[in-house]
Design a protein around this ligand. Sequence first.
Ligand code: SAH
Length: 224
Amino acid sequence: MRFDIITVLPGLLESPFAHSILQRAQKKGIAEIHVHNLRDYSSQKQKSVDDYPYGGGSGMVMTIEPFAKCITALKTERDYDEVIFMSPDGETFNQKIANQLSIQTNVIILCGHYKGIDQRIRDIFVTREISIGDYVLSGGELPAAVLVDAIVRLIPGVLSDETSALSDSFQDDMLDAPVYTRPADWNGHKVPDILLSGNTPEVEKWRFEQALERTRQRRPDLLK
Ligand code: SAH
């Protein structure tokens, strides 16, 4: 899967993709993440990518031209399944959307800044608008990193133990079961006996019951 992320702050996206699972996915050739500096597509002398809002008011608005040039250049290279705009007024991101997107091949992600991007970019180029939650961040970079992380770990071959993504919270409308590791007894706080029993079917049953109970208590809405 290939991601092309268009941003005015490429530096913000370096570290999130240079570690752990995301780094490994790229090394294995399962995911490609390309970050494009929007300023490279500005024809203004100062390489500016924003301007005052029509109608007045506070905050700058990102202009059409640099986005249009960058998206058009990418589209001449390959077909894209989605052009996603990270935006607080988009559909709220969740595991279901992550699953849908993980089977796509090429995706463009636009990061907004300031007051947002000219509405015409959204009307003309954007196919999907996604929010990572009901709060406002300064830019679309952290949301884009959240999106890419959640998607890439679902692509087969990325996680070493593939079933581990399947048992994660939300994957089947259930939260995950509690997990324990050594020592079995820490200052009198013991690991549940069943996990030390070696009885795999019983352990699986226990995990399912625990996950169900946790979901009932914390997120009953998932069980409807
Ligand atoms: N004026 C806009 C917010 C602009 S915030 C509004 O009220 O809707 C600047 C940029 O940060 C946005 O264009 C978007 O790309 C990004 N952003 C901020 N919060 C976000 C969120 N919750 N989810 C996704 N992107 C977000």
